[in-house]
Design a protein around this ligand. Structure first.
Ligand SMILES: Nc1nc2c(ncn2[C@@H]2O[C@H](COP(=O)(O)OP(=O)(O)O)[C@@H](O)[C@H]2O)c(=O)[nH]1
Ligand SMILES: [Mg+2]
Length: 365
């Protein structure tokens, strides 16, 4: 049997136990490789799943893109509302009368004015539209100095990562003939409760990737439902070092601390003792932007490296995760990722896929 992985090394793989049943497996028989995506909320799990689909299904069809239109418009609406609320809470004055008036109009706006129903029914046939007049007002808001000041403190006001993206693109999105692009879809924040499963086939291997969703309280219970997992891809956001959870269960907890705690629990869970562990240190692009103004040692006083240095910050965060698994007899493979970047994800995932196959090869031959 030749190398099952696409590294073209020409290696011949033999069954380790010489078992004829295994040797006689037909070369075309597919074998299932179970991969679980884990991590705290908003670290990029659903975005990674969407990327898998883009990468393995040769992009999203127009029909699929259209089906996301309501969600995109809902995200624009949410980003705008949260940004206006942040400015009003901050006490910073709008720099022009025009922006102040735009804020009055948009702040009083209900989602129905944009054809949006409640959150649950936003998958219904797309009726949503950003009226051109509102799109102009949204641009005035976004370009105002008060909004920019609040955006530079996005962590304090819990502004979504995609705020800058959607509010810079609002004019395009408000077009009558608007169809979302893949990037518009990748930038979506869609809090999903359901478990999502995606299968793709590579040679005679079928990868089944499962995202258990975002319920915080349920998370620990969820992982116990999964058995025989070949690999865990754990996502943590590099950019969450200056962010805090503000919900009931995890109120006031630093998001990176929570990711570290979850990682520690997951890597130690006996049910995963045979699984390959891969760590995606995601949102490398967001870290690169915020590190210039938000200092890591303001939140992690044991960071003694230089300020405004993305590489040193990444090194420090990576070491924190590695230390969490240091006393265990297992390797963790870490990658810096940007889940919204298709080319980068494709490159990394090809390496990860091959790595998962190699490290589980004993199970398959
Ligand atoms: N800029 C940037 N945004 C990201 C990245 N990964 C995820 N996001 C955004 O972060 C938000 C939350 O991501 P999501 O996949 O829903 O997180 P989940 O709760 O772990 O499933 C979405 O708006 C994504 O577009 C990334 O690497 N860079
Ligand atoms: Mg999700």
């Amino acid at each position: 049997m030749s190398c099952p992985i696409s590294c073209y090394c020409g290696m011949v793989v033999k069954c380790r136990c010489n078992c004829t049943a295994k040797e006689n497996r037909t070369p075309n028989a597919t074998r299932l490789v179970y991969v679980l995506l884990l991590g705290a909320a908003e670290t990029g799990k659903s975005t990674m799943m969407r990327q898998m689909k883009i990468i393995h299904d040769n992009g999203m069809s127009t029909l699929t893109l259209r089906s996301y239109k309501n969600h995109v418009i809902r995200n624009v609406y949410n980003c705008l509302k949260l940004l206006i609320r942040a400015v009003l809470e901050s006490g910073i004055s709008w720099s022009t009368e025009e922006a102040s008036q735009a804020s009055n109009v948009l702040n009083g706006l209900s989602a129905i004015a944009w054809g949006l129903q409640d959150e649950e029914s936003s998958t219904a046939i797309s009726m949503a539209l950003v009226p051109a007049a509102h799109s102009r007002l949204a641009s005035i808001i976004w370009n105002d100095d008060a909004a920019q000041q609040c955006w530079s403190k996005a962590n304090e006001y819990n502004l979504p990562d995609s705020t800058a993206y959607y509010l810079s693109e609002v004019e395009r999105i408000s077009n009558d003939t608007y169809i979302p692009t893949q990037e518009d879809v990748l930038r979506l924040r869609l809090p999903t409760k359901a478990v999502a499963v995606y299968d793709f086939t590579h040679k005679d291997w079928t990868f089944q990737i499962t995202d258990v969703g975002g319920q915080r309280g349920e998370r620990r219970r969820w992982i116990r439902l999964f058995d025989g997992i070949h690999a865990i891809i754990f996502l943590a956001a590099l950019s969450e070092y200056d962010q805090f959870w503000s919900d009931e269960e995890e109120d006031g907890i630093n998001r990176l601390e929570l990711s570290l705690r979850l990682f520690r629990e997951t890597v130690r869970y006996w049910g995963f003792s045979r699984s390959t562990f891969i760590l995606f240190l995601n949102k490398v692009d967001v870290l690169g932007q915020k590190i210039t103004t938000s200092h890591l040692n303001s939140y992690f006083p044991d960071y003694y490296g230089p300020q405004r240095d993305a590489q040193r910050a990444i090194k420090y965060i990576k070491e924190k995760f590695m230390t969490a698994a240091i006393d265990l007899d297992r390797s963790v493979y870490a990658h810096e990722t940007c889940a919204t970047d298709t080319d980068r994800t494709k490159f990394i995932f090809t390496a990860v896929r091959d790595h998962i196959l190699w490290s589980n090869i004993g199970d398959f031959f």
